[in-house]
Structures are given as structure tokens and as C-alpha cells.
Design a protein. Structure first.
Length: 149
């Protein structure tokens, strides 16, 4: 893949053009990642509604039938159920890592095996996430894919 960046002061909005020989999974994932940069979810905190950029989300977690969205420093309440949130996000960067947690792979710093057949993921902000057995193959595959990029 070749990346060409051109500064053009006369244009008012950034444009991205993807040229490809064949529309394959790699091209589709690239397009979804670019689209994600401008996509938002909505959450609330202290009675206020906030627009949260998808790229700013570290993970989402369901606790006591309530869904919370975590960014680097904030926590927001979301009205959607976890499976609805995953459908709405629809991005290769977000994967379910346990029954109650969806993780943004872009903030996953490293993973390590725990003694009880689970994995522990460390995020770029130092937080740790438990990855349960059911989701380990998808996470390992996605994480090794991320390393190749």
C-alpha cells in the first residue's frame, strides 16, 4: 500500500480517495476506519448529553443492565444495550472481549495470558481489561492483524 499526502490550501474540506485494484476486506476495513473518524455516539453524564467521537472511545461496558462508554478520562452513560452499541459502531476496530465489554483495538497496548485461561489487555491509558475464553481467538487474530499494519 502506498500513502500519498498532498497539502492543498485552496480546498475547504479534507478529502480521502482510495484507489484499489480489487475491493477486498483490507480496502473495506480501511474505508470503515476512515469513516469512523467522523462518527459519533451519544452519552450522558450528570444530566448533560455529550457527543462522543468513536475514535475517542476506549471501551464500553454493561454493568447492572446499564451501558457505560469509557474514554481516556471520562465515563458516559449510554441508553443502548451492548449488542445494539456494537451494531451501531460497526467497525473492525471494536470487538467484544467478554459478555459485558466491547473494546477499541486501537487503544490496546498489549495482551498477556492469565492463570485461569483468560487474557488481560492493557490499554494505552494503563487500564486493564479481562478478555474471556470465548473471545480469545478473535482478539488474538485481530491483535496479530494490528501488528502487521
Amino acid at each position: 500500500m502506498k500513502l500519498i499526502l498532498k497539502e492543498q490550501p485552496e480546498i475547504s474540506e479534507t478529502e480521502v480517495e482510495i484507489r484499489y485494484a480489487k475491493l477486498d476486506a483490507e480496502v473495506q476495513n480501511l474505508a470503515k476506519r476512515i469513516e469512523q473518524q467522523e462518527r459519533y455516539l451519544y452519552g450522558s453524564d450528570n444530566g448533560r448529553q455529550y457527543r462522543i467521537l468513536l475514535a475517542d472511545i476506549f471501551y464500553a461496558e454493561s454493568v447492572d443492565r446499564k451501558t457505560f462508554i469509557y474514554t481516556q478520562s471520562d465515563v458516559f452513560r449510554c441508553e443502548l444495550k451492548l449488542y445494539q452499541l456494537l451494531d451501531k459502531i460497526d467497525s473492525p476496530d471494536f470487538l467484544q472481549v467478554s459478555k459485558s465489554c466491547i473494546l477499541n483495538l486501537q487503544v490496546l497496548e498489549h495482551i498477556q495470558t492469565l492463570f485461569n485461561s483468560k487474557l488481560e489487555g492493557t490499554l494505552t491509558n494503563g487500564e486493564k481489561i479481562t478478555i474471556t475464553r470465548t473471545y480469545i481467538p478473535k482478539i488474538r487474530a485481530a491483535f496479530s492483524q494490528k501488528e502487521r499494519v
